[in-house]
Design a binder for this molecule. Structure first.
Ligand SMILES: *Cc1c(COP(=O)(O)O)cnc(C)c1O
Length: 365
């Protein structure tokens, strides 16, 4: 058997058809491409954390149920007793767990553009991924189209990112409620950007049997830990726990997350600083006639550049030392769009300066 025959003999056709999720190399660049919190921990907090890590027993397996961490989260969120929490190695793993548990021919539905992992993981499992375009003018849900798709495809899972990535807006709450009511399967409200949004569906878990809410510590400021959590009915979480690998949350993550969440006040300060900077960057972007920057309820901003110029501007900004994200190749409403994560005031100033230079360059061409 030749090498390529071996590959096609062994792997599913869906896997063969995929490409790997690529992460850009940010070496030497100001990194404003991945919605990370730009701030470090205060030195005193870091010292306390290191003290704690000294006691960590890496020779032992982690607590398979991460009981202490689950308790800390439940208290922080004030989750009613009759709901449960599933922990994942990032919310990405939770998306994977949930989709792995579905029957083979299931449909999965989400608006487009949306978070890429919904489709990536659906494809990898051979599920039927249905993308319903958002309205072009304001990236709002196309409710009639969503309801038609629900009726036609009977999706077992619907993902709604709230706020949405990459458009940064919060979808209309009443429209989401209509979708939850119409859905026969589960609706996952993905609240990865909850710290910046001031809005959540956690309080609505009581009202709808098929509602799940997913959050993560990544965008808050702990992207390196890899910890996401899904909240919902105990009997739903119980099914997912069956296919969760027993030690998916390692000891260092359990200890560090519990420590960080117990000292959450400094994240709250950082979140406020990021939201204040978000307003400054949005205003600065919209001061250019050539640019349309869209309102954001997250820690990043999507903006549209002059027709056909997004890649030139992206590369010019990168050559000047700042990495943002080029969205234009995704097409549709993202044509000509770039996405920038809010950094520290200095980083944002640097970004705006490189953008200014790149727009000047363009005019001279
Ligand atoms: C970043 C992001 C995630 C992934 O979060 P992790 O917990 O780091 O895996 C999930 N959903 C959305 C919408 C995101 O933007």
């Amino acid at each position: 058997m030749t090498q390529s025959n071996l590959i096609t003999h062994v792997f599913r056709k869906e896997v063969l058809a995929m490409s790997a999720y690529k992460v850009a190399d940010a070496t030497g660049l100001i990194k404003l491409d991945a919605m990370e919190n730009p701030y470090r921990w205060p030195e005193a907090i870091k010292a306390q954390w290191l003290e704690l890590l000294k006691e960590c027993q890496l020779n032992r397996y982690p607590d398979a149920e991460a009981k202490a961490l689950v308790e800390t989260l439940k208290q922080l969120i004030q989750l009613p007793d009759y709901f449960e929490i599933l922990l994942g190695n990032g919310s990405d793993e939770i998306i994977q767990l949930l989709l792995m548990a579905l029957p083979e021919d299931s449909a999965v539905l989400a608006p487009a553009p949306g978070f890429v992992m919904y489709k990536q993981i659906s494809d990898s499992l051979g599920l039927k991924y249905i993308a319903v375009p958002l309205l072009t003018e304001d990236f709002e849900l196309d409710l009639p189209a969503m309801l038609r798709a629900i009726k036609q495809y009977q999706p077992r899972v619907i993902f709604l990112a709230y706020p949405n990535n990459p458009t940064a807006n919060l979808f209309n709450e009443a429209a989401i409620v209509e979708i939850i009511k119409a859905a026969q399967g589960l609706v996952v409200i993905d609240e990865a950007y909850a710290p910046f949004a001031g809005a959540s569906f956690i309080d609505q878990l009581n009202h709808y049997d098929n509602l799940l809410v997913m959050q993560t510590v990544s965008k808050l400021g702990l992207a390196g830990l890899r910890l996401g959590y899904l909240m919902g009915r105990a009997d739903v979480i119980k099914q997912l726990n069956k296919i969760r690998l027993p030690y998916n949350i390692n000891s260092l993550t359990q200890l560090s997350a519990e420590f960080a969440l117990s000292n959450k006040f400094f994240f709250d300060e950082q979140t406020q600083a990021i939201c204040a900077e978000r307003a400054i960057v949005l205003k600065a972007l919209n001061s250019y006639e050539e640019i349309i920057a869209y309102p954001s309820a997250a820690n990043f901003i999507l903006f549209k550049t002059p027709p056909g110029k997004a890649t030139d501007i992206f590369l010019s900004i990168k050559n000047q030392g700042v990495l943002i994200k080029n969205m234009t190749s995704q097409g549709g409403v993202l044509t000509d769009c770039l996405r920038v994560t809010i950094g520290t005031p200095e980083e944002n100033k640097a970004f705006l300066k490189t953008l200014h230079n790149s727009l000047k360059e363009l005019q001279q061409i």
